[in-house]
Design a protein. Sequence first.
Length: 317
Amino acid sequence: MTPPAEPGHIIALFACMKRTRLFFFIALLAINCSLPTPVTAEVLYYLANFQTSEWTLSRSKIQCKLAHAIPGYGTATFFHSAGKDLSFQLVTYHPSERSEVAYLDAIPPSWNHRNFTRPVSSPTRMATHQPFSLQRTETLRLLYELEKGLQPTFTQTDAAEGTEPLYVGLSAIRFRTAYRYFQDCIASLLPFGFDDINFSLVHFETAKEELSEPAQKRLQQIAEYSLADRKVKKIVVHGHADWVGKETYNQTLSEKRSTEVVNYLIRQGIPKSMIQFESFGEKVPAETNRTEAGRQKNRRVKINVIRDDSADSLQPR
């Protein structure tokens, strides 16, 4: 029987191997292997190799996605949507209901002995039953480490019982070329997103239905976004008036304003079948009609863009 390792040997081995959590665990295995009780635990490390590592770009005018399949584990994806910040998601094939602390380190590949492991972010609570997300700052750091050829690696516990360490790595193989195309895609995104154009209001002068220059610009944005996003299924237009004049006159005026907006959207390429419109005259004021400021806000057309989130926004219309 092999005698147990001396305490001094254990301390020295841990000091030598503690640079990464992976090496730390291997060191623990090495020590335990010298003890009388056999050890059956294994290191679970999910990482694409040279043959399987791929980075796939999906692009449109409203979203860029750079996805990386991790064999046996799931998918890592970088996102940048029009009007929003860069982000990252990690999705697993085997979700767990537990929420646990995960660590993210940049680890050099096995052939690179010049770089050292370093943390990418502070320990983060990771719920594996839903996508694990990083916001802009940490996502940029992740991209930076990959571009340098390092392997950002998540350390967590297994999804079964949570008793064994599990490592999930992002391979830098074939990353740089795909990243260049991802950057090009980001540069070509629309400068505004869905939240910027939805629930838009265009206002009118007293007793007028003509569109102002700001109103035309906003309608151009609504049309451009709606044509680029396949999720957009309907545009709802509601026309309103203040209470200056007779009720029947204001009803007709609100109808003219709605029609002006609808016709402008159609001229921008929006199919007529996508547009639903209704006019309310002076019946639904947004503010009091007793002040000029209130009446100005009531002379309006409201545009609501309706999306179907089950559709794929990356597909052209």
